[in-house]
Design a protein around this ligand. Structure first.
Ligand code: IPE
Ligand code: IPE
Ligand code: MG
Length: 255
C-alpha cells in the first residue's frame, strides 16, 4: 500500500466517531453459499474469515467491546446437520484464531447458555476464554446459544430467588441490580451497544440484546456476512458518525 493511500485511510478513520460497544448480527451465510451453488454450511465456514477480519478492524479502530451474534436460542430449529456443523465450528475456529487474538491483545468472553452445548464445543470455548483472559485490549464477546428474552427471564429468576430467600425486597429491584444479572453484567457501563449492525438486508434484531439495545443506533446493510469487508465496516462507522444520539434529551446546541 502506498504511503499516501495509508495516510488517507488513517485520516478518514481519525475523523470517525468510534462506538465503544459494537454489536453485530452476522446474517446471510446461507444465502451467500446458495448464491455460489454451495451448501449452506460453506457460508458459515466463509463467515468465520469475516469474523477474523472484522475483529482486527474493530480492534484497530479502538472499539472496546465487539459482541457477535453467532448462535441464537432459536437456531436449534434448523436441520440437525446444519446445527451439528455450527457446533463444530468453534473448535477449528479458535484453534487457529487464538494466536491472532494474542497478537492483538483481544480477550474472548461469551454470553448465552454455553454449558448446554456439546462437550467439545464447551471445551473449545472455555479454552479460548482462558487463554485470552489476561489480554487487556478489545473484548470479543460471542453470543452463543443466546436469546434476549431468555436472558431477561433468567435475570428475573435470579432476583426472584433473592426475594424468596429474604435477601432482597421487591422494591429494591432496580436498573442497577437488574442489569447486573443480565449476561452483559460483567461489561458494566459498556453493556449497551452504541451501534448495532445487521448484515443481509433483514431489518430486525431477532432476539439479540433485547434489553441492551434500547438506545442503540441501528445500521442495516444488504451485504451478506461472508462478503462484509473493510469498506463496509467503514461505511457503517460513517453512518454512525452522522447519527444524533439524544437519549430522550436535547442536543447541547438546542438547549
Ligand atoms: C447467519 O447466517 C448465521 C447463523 C444464524 C448461525 P444464516 O445461516 O442465518 O444465513 P441466511 O440468513 O440463511 O442467509
Ligand atoms: C440471527 O439470525 C441469529 C444469528 C445471526 C446468530 P437468524 O438468521 O437466525 O434470524 P432470523 O431467523 O432471520 O430472524
Ligand atoms: Mg439468517
Amino acid at each position: 500500500m502506498s504511503f499516501f493511500r495509508k495516510k488517507r485511510e488513517q485520516s478518514t478513520l481519525a475523523s470517525l466517531k468510534i462506538p465503544k460497544h459494537l454489536a453485530i448480527i452476522m446474517d446471510g451465510n446461507g444465502r451467500w453459499a446458495q448464491k455460489q451453488m454451495m451448501p449452506r454450511v460453506a457460508g458459515h465456514k466463509r463467515g468465520m474469515n469475516t469474523v477474523k477480519e472484522v475483529t482486527k478492524l474493530a480492534s484497530d479502530a479502538g472499539v472496546q467491546v465487539l459482541s457477535l451474534y453467532a448462535f441464537s436460542t432459536e437456531n436449534w430449529r434448523r436441520p440437525a446437520d446444519e446445527v451439528s456443523f455450527l457446533m463444530k465450528l468453534p473448535v477449528t475456529f479458535f484453534d487457529n484464531f487464538v494466536p491472532d487474538l494474542m497478537a492483538n491483545n483481544v480477550r474472548v468472553t461469551t454470553m448465552g447458555d454455553i454449558e448446554s452445548l456439546p462437550a467439545n464445543t464447551v471445551e473449545a470455548v472455555h479454552k479460548a476464554v482462558e487463554e485470552t483472559a489476561a489480554n487487556t485490549g478489545m473484548i470479543l464477546n460471542f453470543a452463543l446459544n443466546y436469546g434476549g428474552q431468555a436472558e431477561i427471564i433468567s435475570a428475573a429468576q435470579a432476583l426472584a430467588a433473592q426475594v424468596a430467600d429474604g435477601t432482597l425486597s421487591p422494591q429494591e429491584i432496580d436498573k442497577s441490580n437488574f442489569e447486573a444479572n443480565l449476561a452483559t453484567g460483567f461489561l458494566g457501563e459498556l453493556a449497551q451497544p452504541d451501534l448495532m449492525i445487521r448484515t443481509s438486508g433483514e431489518e430486525r434484531l431477532s432476539n439479540f440484546l433485547t434489553y441492551q439495545s434500547a438506545y442503540s443506533e441501528l445500521y442495516f446493510t444488504d451485504v451478506l456476512w461472508p462478503d462484509f469487508g473493510a469498506a463496509d465496516f467503514q461505511a457503517a462507522l460513517e453512518a454512525y458518525t452522522k447519527r444524533d444520539r439524544r437519549f430522550g434529551g436535547l442536543n447541547p446546541k438546542e438547549k
